[in-house]
Design a protein around this ligand. Structure first.
Ligand code: SF4
Ligand code: SF4
Length: 359
């Protein structure tokens, strides 16, 4: 990693030059919600003025640049008794500007699953390696809990990361591409004062979190609470809409569909993002549903986010952005569900310690 300081004015010139010569996307206000708050989304940008650098959070995550809702994996062409398969792994180079640390962390988690696992995805790889990522730090929203998940700071997964230290940005340069792009702009090495400002900035961010979730030992609590009434309580509220998984930056489950063209001369295989909360997620051939109850499906999502991956990948895959909590029409959110589970476990421990056999 190389560190440099750039004035905000020079940074604007750098971003402007970058977006004018590349297909680029950044946060823009697209609407206002019922409470009067701005709604942001990553949209195409053509100049630095199009980018809302002071945005809070986007409702949808940037994972859709890498995992689209619908993605054609291959096409089939039929000719007499023969057929040909066409596969296109290529992806156009793009620039994403303004990613938050937890969203970059979510990409790092997707990398672990989709690139470093047993079956790397060439579709994901093509998009990931052709995307230039500029991250920017920010003060958390009142319901962000990425500090609890240890994802409020990120050190990998981006080309360039900017920390706001007043009139300047403190740049963390993590790729030769970023270093070379910056050569045409005026930067300088950080001095003692810049380092102090960076430390102050990090402290301010650290101390601005208003939501804290105790996730210590959560994987084992989930094991202990497998039959907890907590799942039925929250499951009864769930509408099975799947929104939580769609907005989540680290959920990646999908379904595959094969369909014929109307002229029967071709067919396609399509991947669609899916959610384990949808009613038919665990339906198998013959029609049996392994998870017919809402509570079982909700539990499955929490197990995947906080337990299954923790066992295999040594980390929980939730990064604490709380997009799922904000988007859920039923008010289901990780903080309340996890706190309920913890209370349930603590009440069990009280029972055990006060039971006659244990006295
Ligand atoms: S967003 Fe809420 S209601 Fe919809 S599936 Fe997720 S938990 Fe259930
Ligand atoms: S808070 Fe919700 S949306 Fe965000 S990473 Fe965790 S599970 Fe996904």
């Amino acid at each position: 990693m190389i560190y440099k300081i750039i004035s905000k004015k020079e940074f604007s010139a750098f971003v402007d030059a970058l977006v004018k010569s590349n297909s680029s996307f950044g946060p823009q206000q697209v609407d206002t919600n019922s409470k009067g708050n701005a709604v942001y989304q990553f949209k195409p940008v053509h100049s630095v003025g199009d980018i809302a650098f002071d945005y809070t959070a986007t409702n949808s995550s940037i994972k859709h640049f890498f995992l689209p809702f619908r993605e054609e994996l291959s096409r089939f062409k039929f000719h007499r008794d023969d057929w040909k398969q066409q596969i296109n792994y290529e992806a156009e180079p793009i620039v994403l500007i303004g990613l938050r640390p937890c969203d970059i962390s979510a990409l790092n988690i997707l990398d672990d699953v989709l690139l470093n696992g047993h079956f790397p995805s060439p579709y994901y790889l093509a998009k990931r390696k052709n995307t230039f990522i500029i991250g920017i730090d920010h003060l958390p929203l009142p319901d962000c809990f990425c500090k609890s998940m240890n994802h409020h700071v990120v050190t990998t997964g981006f080309n360039l990361f900017c920390s706001d230290i007043g009139d300047d940005y403190y740049l963390s340069i993590n790729s030769s591409k970023a270093f070379n792009f910056l050569k045409a702009f005026e930067t300088r090495d950080p001095n003692e004062e810049d380092n102090c400002l960076l430390t102050e900035r990090r402290k301010l961010i650290q101390n601005s979190f208003q939501t804290d979730i105790d996730v210590t030992g959560l994987p084992s609590i989930l094991d202990i609470e497998f039959d907890s009434p907590v799942w039925e309580k929250w499951g009864n509220k769930c509408l099975n809409c799947g929104t939580c998984a769609m907005v989540c930056p680290s959920c990646y489950c999908y379904s595959l569909t094969e369909k014929f063209d109307l002229d029967l001369k071709g067919a396609s295989r399509e991947k669609r993002l899916y959610s384990c909360n949808l009613v038919d997620f665990a339906v198998v051939a013959g029609g049996h549903n392994f998870r017919p109850k809402n509570g079982d499906r909700l539990k499955y999502r929490y197990y995947h986010q906080h337990r299954g991956f923790a066992e295999n990948g040594n980390q929980q895959i939730c990064v604490g952005c709380n997009r799922c909590g904000r988007a859920c029409l039923s008010g289901i959110n990780p903080k309340d569900v996890i706190n309920d589970l913890r209370m349930e476990k603590e009440s069990c421990l009280t029972c055990v310690s006060s039971s006659p056999d244990k006295r």
